[in-house]
Design a protein around this ligand. Structure first.
Ligand code: PNS
Length: 168
C-alpha cells in the first residue's frame, strides 16, 4: 500500500490545498495530511482547529487521514513509515523554499522523497496568507475557501479584525 504525506501549515485550508488533497488521494492508496509546525509562521488557527477545518473541507474523501505533529517532518514520516512527501508548487516564488525543504529533508533522512504537484492554474495566486489579509480587513473570502469551512473561518476573521487590527 502506497501512503504519502501532505504536510503544511494549512492556516487555514484553502481551495488550493483541497485541490492538491483530492489529486494526491487519487494517486496514492492513502494520504496523510499532516498539520505541522512552521516556526517561521505565527498561525491564526490552533493546530486542533486547522485539523478540524481540513476534516470538514475533505469530508467524503475516503482514503485520507488528518494528523498533527509538533515534530520534524522527517520524524513524523519515520513514525508513520511513509517516506513520500507531496507538496503543491504554485510559481517560481515557491520554488526556492520548497527546493530547500525537499533537499534538507532528504539529507536528514534519505528515505524521504518529495513529489511536487503543479497547482491548478485556477489557484496559482492563492495562499492562506492572502486569504487572511483579505478576511481580517473585512473582505469576502468565500471564493477562496472550501464551502464547508467558510462560516467558521469568516467568524475568526471578524473577531481578529475587531480585536487585533490585522496582526500577521
Ligand atoms: O504550508 P507551509 O507553511 O509551507 O508548510 C511548511 C511545513 C509545515 C511543511 C514545514 O515548515 C515543516 O515541514 N515543518 C515541520 C518542521 C520541519 O521538519 N522543519 C524542517 C523543514 S526542512
Amino acid at each position: 500500500m502506497k501512503t504519502a504525506i501532505y504536510p503544511g501549515s494549512f492556516d487555514p485550508v484553502t481551495l488550493g490545498h483541497l485541490d492538491i488533497i483530492k489529486r494526491s488521494a487519487a494517486i496514492f492508496d492513502k494520504l496523510i495530511i499532516a498539520v505541522l509546525a512552521n516556526p517561521r509562521k505565527k498561525t491564526m488557527f490552533t493546530a486542533e482547529e486547522r485539523v478540524e477545518l481540513i476534516k470538514l473541507a475533505a469530508e467524503g474523501i475516503p482514503n485520507i487521514e488528518v494528523a498533527r505533529s509538533d515534530r520534524l517532518l522527517v520524524d513524523f514520516a519515520a513514525e508513520r513509515g511513509s517516506f513520500i512527501i507531496v507538496k503543491g508548487l504554485r510559481a517560481v516564488s515557491d520554488f526556492e523554499h520548497e527546493f530547500q525543504m525537499a533537499l534538507t529533508n532528504h539529507k536528514m533522512d534519505n528515505r524521504l522523497d518529495t513529489l511536487f504537484l503543479t497547482t491548478n492554474y485556477e489557484y496559482l495566486y492563492l495562499s492562506s496568507s492572502v486569504v487572511k489579509e483579505i478576511g481580517i480587513l473585512g473582505g469576502d473570502v468565500s471564493a477562496f475557501l472550501p464551502q464547508s469551512v467558510i462560516e467558521k473561518v469568516a467568524q475568526r476573521f471578524k473577531e481578529w479584525g475587531a480585536h487585533d487590527g490585522g496582526r500577521d
